[in-house]
Design a protein around this ligand. Structure first.
Ligand SMILES: C[S@@+](CC[C@H](N)C(=O)[O-])C[C@H]1O[C@@H](n2cnc3c(N)ncnc32)[C@H](O)[C@@H]1O
Length: 289
């Protein structure tokens, strides 16, 4: 878990580790310390079925309240989108081609506005199931109906084709969203995305990886199921292994192109501690016709 900065390094059974932009990319899951293993092993009590059903029923309300409390101030703009997802450029068949992008679970637009600002030649669909988040997107000075269409939608049940023509999107970004969806409904959400993606189009995915610090920090009483936890505010978070993620996408009709853990250490300046972060960064393709 957290350690003084000077001593710590991210431990793993190295199969492949490439350092790029200060990140370590890994195919193996992070190795836990004895203490961490013990903690996870002892955390066996699950939240009651009654409370779990309530959380599912109130998922939208809980995210909407999250944005009521935090407005646009919680997540930082994700400027890494263009830097790390160079694929956006590679997705064009010719340089001046206008890309059509869908940011699924856009929150208040921390991913899309940096992209639009860098003046890429893109049209962005953005959807989220928090009406308040969608409203924040629409109020952003960079929002323009010529370049964006934001709408409210529950990815697990509202057909995206109601707002987006079938098979018309070149790239879908799914950034820390699938983890917020109940594991039983993840596949439905992916199938929904698949319908609006053009054959050969890609999903760029980034989300919590197995044994991320956030997973190990949950106290007992917050566990909903295997690798699935609830936060104090009622929002939920799943932690993915590469294998589970690939299998989910493949069952929904995608091919795996890239699927790797990104290991990072972030510094808690106040306490002088380094914490190991684990994310999954992946790319899935809808098979060409
Ligand atoms: C951690 S936030 C990430 C927001 C944004 N992608 C970003 O990176 O800043 C997760 C988002 O997923 C949205 N979300 C959760 N479940 C959803 C669902 N079933 N359908 C659509 N959006 C959902 C939440 O409302 C929330 O805005």
């Amino acid at each position: 878990m957290a350690q003084p900065c000077k001593q710590t390094s991210v431990e793993s059974n190295t199969l492949l580790a490439i350092s790029t932009n200060g990140q370590i990319k890994e195919l193996n899951v992070r190795t836990l310390t004895e203490e961490e293993l013990e903690k996870l092993k002892n955390d066996r009590v699950l939240v009651s079925e009654f409370k779990q059903q309530k959380l599912e029923k109130e998922a939208q309300k809980n995210w909407d309240l999250f944005y009521k409390r935090n407005t646009t101030n919680f997540f930082k703009d994700r400027h890494w989108t263009t830097r790390e997802f160079e694929e956006l450029k590679a997705c064009r068949e010719f340089e001046s081609q206008k890309l059509v992008l869908l940011e699924a679970g856009c929150g208040v637009g921390n991913c899309i506005f940096p992209l639009l600002e860098e003046d890429l030649n893109i049209f962005v669909y953005a959807c989220d199931f928090s009406p308040r988040a969608v409203e924040f997107v629409k109020q952003n000075p960079l929002y323009s109906t010529e370049r964006c269409l934001a709408f409210q939608c529950d990815l697990t049940k509202d057909d995206l084709q109601a707002n987006i023509p079938t098979a018309s999107v070149d790239v879908i970004t799914l950034i820390f969203v699938l983890s917020a969806i109940h594991p039983d409904k993840m596949q439905q959400a992916l199938e929904n995305l698949c319908k609006v993606l053009r054959p050969g189009g890609v999903v760029l995915f980034r989300d919590y990886g197995l044994y991320d610090h956030a997973m190990l920090r949950f106290k007992s009483g917050n566990k909903l199921g295997e690798n699935f936890y609830v936060r104090q505010d009622g929002t939920r978070s799943f932690f993915f292994s590469r294998e589970d993620l690939a299998s989910l996408f493949e069952k929904a009709g995608f091919q795996t192109v890239v699927n790797e853990y990104v290991l990072r250490e972030t510094v808690n300046k106040k306490e002088g501690l380094c914490v190991p972060r684990v994310f999954l960064q992946s790319k899935f393709r809808k098979p060409p016709n």
